[in-house]
Ligand binder design. Structure first.
Ligand code: ZN
Length: 79
């Protein structure tokens, strides 16, 4: 990803919408990037799968055919 850079060993991502670097946020042991300007959440490859796996565990009952897209709002994963 061309918009990423490393700071203190951490990879920072820029908001794809051009709002500058995003804040790291930890949800369920998964590090996500949050843009405070547009409120968008972005995940690395791996991280998305981790969140999906967690979401599946939590919502086994709600088996509606809702696909989790890349920038889904993960408000359900509260901690
Ligand atoms: Zn943004």
């Amino acid at each position: 990803m061309f918009w990423s850079k490393k700071v203190h060993g951490e990879k920072l991502l820029k908001c794809p919408r051009g709002h500058g670097y995003m804040r790291k946020l930890k949800k369920e042991n998964v590090l996500i990037d949050v843009c405070e300007v547009c409120g968008g959440m972005w995940l690395d490859d791996g991280e998305l799968q981790k969140l999906n796996a967690l979401a599946k565990k939590k919502f086994t009952k709600a088996k509606k055919a809702k696909k989790v897209k890349k920038k889904s709002k993960s408000k359900k994963v509260k901690r």
